[in-house]
Design a protein around this ligand. Structure first.
Ligand SMILES: Cc1ncc(COP(=O)(O)O)c(C=O)c1O
Length: 305
């Protein structure tokens, strides 16, 4: 908590569960501190917050496979445009208690928040006495060139979730919050059997210590810039966006899946987030030589298209 400027931590087992905890915290804060009915959470279009019922309802992708067939969605969420401060300002009505966003929309196509947007949301939350909730399940612990992504923006949320990198492969997640925000989750109001189990906590302690002691955030920043520059020079690449080692490769056609399968055959893993967008999240310890190898593979696939 100290490293990231938070006061309290609640351990969970997955990113979605950590987001559930954060949603519950905000609702309780709203219902009890702000008054009955003040419990709506604003999230962004194109976001991704998980696949439990509350987190898929928080996910701003109406009509997508994430929502379809799972109706009725959980009420209490409204969506506004990512990177559009005015859209969020307009959506803040009397019943809103919190704003929840990812600093970089990963699943949604790798879109980093602009500095004006995230700082603007912080100010909006301060002015309207709302909680700013950040989902750093994907961006947390070194991935974007800072320990937590919000450190790149010189802001602090009221609560933040984390998973993936914090476990180094083991199933662990957490929500951290300020004392003020965490107070609403009073004893007995939230919990889980395996949350904070000793095995995953030991693994997480080791993973997080490596990230901090070896300054892997800095490696993510340097290698991310190196990787992105090299990718920009490859054929069929129309844009490379992202932050640190969370890299979105935008192609000039809808052949991301084809590229992914060819890369898999050559033992290079990547994921498709849009028909024309590939997301790559190399290990935080990746070297220049390994990036060169990856670019050679991607380059040869793209030039054969
Ligand atoms: C931003 C974000 N939030 C939440 C989740 C859900 O995490 P989990 O799959 O651990 O439940 C993910 C998973 O990719 C994610 O990227």
């Amino acid at each position: 908590c100290e490293t990231i400027g938070m006061d309290k931590i609640q351990f969970q087992n997955s990113g979605a569960e950590a987001n559930e905890a954060m949603i519950k915290l905000a609702r309780k804060y709203g219902n009890e501190k702000k008054g009955p009915g003040k419990n709506v959470i604003l999230t962004a279009y194109n976001s991704f917050h998980g696949r439990t019922l509350a987190t898929l309802s928080a996910t701003g992708q109406p009509g997508s496979a994430i929502h379809k067939g799972f109706e009725p969605l959980v009420e209490g969420f409204r969506y506004a445009e990512f990177n559009n401060l005015k859209s969020f300002e307009d959506a803040v009505t009397d019943d809103v208690v919190a704003i929840m966003v990812e600093p970089v929309q990963g699943e949604g196509g790798v879109y980093p928040a602009t500095r004006e947007f995230l700082q603007g949301l912080r100010k909006l939350c301060d002015d309207k006495k709302l909680l700013l909730l950040l989902d750093e399940v994907q961006t947390g612990w070194g991935r974007t060139g800072a320990v937590m992504s919000y450190m790149n923006y010189d802001i602090k949320p009221d609560a933040v979730t984390m998973a993936k990198a914090m476990g180094g492969g083991m199933p662990i997640a957490a929500m951290c919050a300020t004392n003020e925000a965490m107070q609403s989750l009073s004893a007995g109001s939230h919990g889980t059997t395996f949350g904070g189990n000793p095995v995953c906590c030991a693994a997480s302690y080791a993973a997080v210590s490596e990230i901090i002691d070896k300054n892997l955030s800095e490696n993510a920043k340097e290698m991310g810039a190196y990787f992105s520059d090299k990718l920009r020079k490859l054929p069929h690449v129309s844009e490379v966006r992202g932050m640190g080692l969370l890299v979105g490769l935008v192609l000039d056609g809808d052949f991301a899946a084809e590229v992914k399968h060819d890369a898999f055959d050559r033992k290079l893993l990547m994921s498709v987030v849009k028909p024309n967008v590939i997301r790559m999240v190399p290990p935080l310890i990746v070297t220049k030589e390994e990036i060169d190898m990856a670019c050679e593979i991607i380059g040869s696939i793209l030039s054969e298209l």
